[in-house]
Structures are given as C-alpha cells and as structure tokens.
Design a protein around this ligand. Structure first.
Ligand code: PNW
Length: 439
C-alpha cells in the first residue's frame, strides 16, 4: 500500500479531560464537582470508581509532558476544571487553580506542543448544581464569568479554546438515561439544559472576543445517522434522529436557528421552547473560528425510530466500528455548515489491555482502529475538508465516567497501583505516524 501523506503542519495530537486524569480532588482549593458527588453515590459507577486519584496527572504532569514530547505530539487537548478555578462556581478565581494550568500550558510551549483548552468537560461545580445546575438559565451566565476569568489569566498563552465538550452527552446521559452526573431522567428538563448549554457556549465566545485574542469553537460529538432499511418511514425517522443527534447542536451555532422539525417534535409547551428568550439565538450564533468534531460511532435508525447495530461493537456497547462514518460526518459538516476550519478532538477505542510479563501492552485492535479512521480522515482531506488536526482519545488510560477504570482508552497504559505509564503498541505506532506525517 502506498503511503497516505498528511498536509504539512498537520496537528497530530492527543486528548484528555480534567476529571478523568487529574485526581488531587481536594488540593489547592479545588471545590467539588457534580462528578465527585455522582461517582461517590453507591451504584453509579462500575466498582464504585471515582476520579479522586485517577491518573494522578495533577502531580505527574511534568512526566506526562515529557511523554507527549517523546511521542512527538504537536497538539494537546485538555480541559480546565471549573471547580479548581471557582470552587463554588462564583466569584474571584482561585489563583492556585489557575497556576496549575499556567504551568501545564507553559510546559507544553517549552516542548513545542500547541495547547488546546476545553473550558467545560462536564465537571460542573456542585454548588451550581445545588442552585439548579444547567436547568437554571443563570448557570450560563456563571459559565461566562468563569470563562472570562480563565481568558484573562491564560488567554495570552492558549491559541485555541473549546467551549463545551459534547453538550449532547450532558443532555442524553446526564438528563435522559441518567447514567452520567447529575443522574436525572427527565426529557423535558434535558432539552432546556441543551438550550442553556448552547447559551453558555455563545456567551463564552463573546467573552473571548471581549478579552481579546485566541480562536474558539464548540466541541460536538456527531453521529452520522443512516436509515436501517430503504423504506420511506425509516428515512423520515432518520431525518428526525439526525435532528436530535446533530442539527440541534450545529444549527443554532452556524445558522442562528434551531431545527424546526426538532422544535415541532418537542412542542410549544416544552420547557426548552418556552425557555428560548429573544436574543438568545443571536448570542448562540456568535461567529466561531473552528468546529471541533468528535466521532466514535454511526447510528442506524429503524422506521419505528429505534436503532439497530450493523457493525462490530467495542467494549463500549454503544460503539460500532465504522471508519467510513468518519468520512461521512466530516464531508457532511463541511457541505452543510462550512467551509469552517475543523479539528477532530476525539476518536478512539477501548481495549482490554494487560501489561505483559515482558513489559509490553499489545493493543493491536486500537492500531487497526486508528489506522482505518485516519485513512478515512485522509480521504476527507483529499476531498477538500479543511481539517487541521486530529486528537486521539485518549493520551492516557483514565476514569471512563460510569464505566470506571476497567475501560481503557489510552495509547499509554496506566498501572494504577503504581501510576507507572507504559507506552502501548498503539503509542509506538502513533509516534511513527507523526514522524512520517502519514500512514
Ligand atoms: C466522550 N456516544 O464521550 C467524552 O468526551 C470522553 O470524556 C469519553 O471518555 C470518551 O468519549 C469515551 O467515551 C462520549 O454514546 C460518550 O456516542 C458517549 C458517546 C460518545 C462519546
């Protein structure tokens, strides 16, 4: 097979999030987040796992930075923990929290790695949850204040910001299925939460413009939706499914309107529709500089509006392995919303990794997965998609939310009892891809 070469300066990267790797939950003035409370609640996470220690990155970040340099990463996407900056979700920023991220960011620059910072990766200060969380419109304004404090402290050294990580997952897992914090099952609340997350995104974009400098955009997990059969009913159901999975989050930002089919389906009496105030869509559609896409799985929608599985699934039962979906979603967003600069901020696979006696970790399934998805990415770029970077999820094994530590998503193995890091086979492979700028 001939080599697939990527554009010069392509941003080869890896991604993490604060609660999943940092640990140090009580240090340097950090407040509690909804995930501290949720994961401590019996029955919520596998084996009762919490992010209390996680990969201990808060203490080991220098070693982790060296690891990134040794892999040759050009971009590192991480998130800032809101409760480290505002322990109660309000008021003057906590200097020790800001200092941690300043040290991390400076360490990236020293190693020639571009920082990409997400402002919110689900760890809402519990104090704000106690005041209604994302169901309360005021939380969007609290988020804008938090974002402003972060931009003023760190804006001079972060070239690219992401507002919210996967608002859809908060809506669906936090408020529909309830298997993520805050663990609710309330569809009427869920879509009001969607609107407030969108509003928070727009307010943060405006805060960055006011503070000056940097690029900013949303980080959306998108699911290409395909009809499960060729009936007209399946086509119609797929269209509405796509509304809830993709257009609900893309349209307001890029077109200034919510998708009418979704609004009609929710109905005029829904809390969301009643909660959209004059001027909100102008805020939400404040121009962004880039769109961050996270792709894991396609969805196949039946005439009855359910979903079926068409491809092999991974250890995460919700994930079907379908690399062409990556090509389809990238070309689709470029066609429907572009041209807008794109970055892939997450793509990856969980594997049942074990540390062998010879000290190696053979995650060949992850190598195959990444190779096939990167080939699809290359095809999309060749067809004109303006994609500037790719971040594998994840740099390190980490706290996989309700699935705890058993599900390992890293290219680097974490031996939790010792916190030793071991490059998996995929990490060695990725280093070669980066060095060759291609596959
Ligand atoms: C993402 N789905 O979540 C998150 O941003 C990460 O924090 C997480 O560790 C990673 O993916 C792996 O799960 C997702 O149902 C949750 O398609 C659910 C889905 C996709 C991504």
């Amino acid at each position: 097979m001939s080599m697939l070469t990527f554009p010069p300066d392509f941003g080869w990267g890896a991604a993490t999030s604060a609660y999943q790797i940092e640990g140090a939950a009580k240090e340097d003035g950090r407040g509690e987040s909804v995930w501290d409370v949720f994961s401590r609640t019996p029955g919520r996470t596998r084996n009762g796992d919490t992010g209390e220690v996680a990969a201990d990155h808060y203490h080991r970040y220098r070693d982790d930075l060296d690891l990134m340099r040794d892999l040759g990463l050009r971009s590192y996407r991480f998130s800032i923990s809101w409760p480290r900056i505002q322990p109660d979700g309000n008021g003057a920023p906590n200097q020790r929290g800001l200092d941690f991220y300043r040290r991390l960011i400076d360490g990236l620059h020293e190693r020639g790695i571009a920082p990409m910072a997400t402002l919110f990766h689900w760890d809402l200060p519990q104090a704000l949850q106690d005041q209604g969380g994302w169901e309360a419109r005021d939380t969007a304004y609290r988020f804008a204040d938090y974002a402003d404090a972060v931009f003023r402290a760190l804006g001079d050294r972060v070239p690219t910001w992401l507002t919210m990580n996967e608002p859809k997952t908060v809506v669906q897992n936090g408020y529909l299925s309830g298997h993520h914090a805050p663990g609710r099952q309330d569809p009427d609340a869920a879509y009001l939460v969607a609107h407030h997350l969108q509003l928070a995104h727009g307010l943060a974009v405006r805060a960055l413009r006011a503070a000056g400098g940097g690029r900013i955009g949303p980080a959306l997990n998108l699911h290409p939706c395909y009809p499960a059969d060729d009936t007209a009913e399946a086509a119609a159901a797929t269209r509405l499914y796509d509304g809830y999975e993709n257009r609900l989050y893309l349209d307001p930002i890029f077109t200034g309107r919510y998708p009418q089919d979704v609004l009609d389906d929710l109905g005029p009496d829904s809390r969301m529709v009643r909660g959209i105030a004059d001027g909100d869509l102008a805020i939400i559609s404040s121009p962004v500089d880039l769109l961050a896409v996270q792709y894991y799985t396609p969805l196949y929608v039946t005439a009855a509006g359910g979903t079926v599985t068409r491809w092999p699934t991974s250890e995460a039962q919700w994930q079907q392995i379908h690399p062409d979906g990556m090509y389809d979603i990238l070309t689709r967003v470029t066609r429907d919303y572009g041209p807008v600069p794109l970055t892939i901020t997450e793509n990856g696979l969980p594997t049942p990794d074990t540390l062998a006696a010879d000290g190696t970790v053979d995650d060949s399934a992850r190598v195959t997965f990444l190779r096939d998805h990167l080939a699809a990415v290359h095809r999309a770029i060749s067809d004109g998609v303006p994609l500037e970077s790719f971040h594998v999820w994840s740099l390190l094994d980490n706290f996989e939310w309700d699935a705890g530590y058993e599900q390992r998503w890293g290219i680097v193995y974490v031996d939790y009892p010792t916190q030793r890091r071991v490059l998996k086979r995929s990490a060695h492979w990725y280093r070669t891809v980066i060095a060759d700028n291609g596959l």
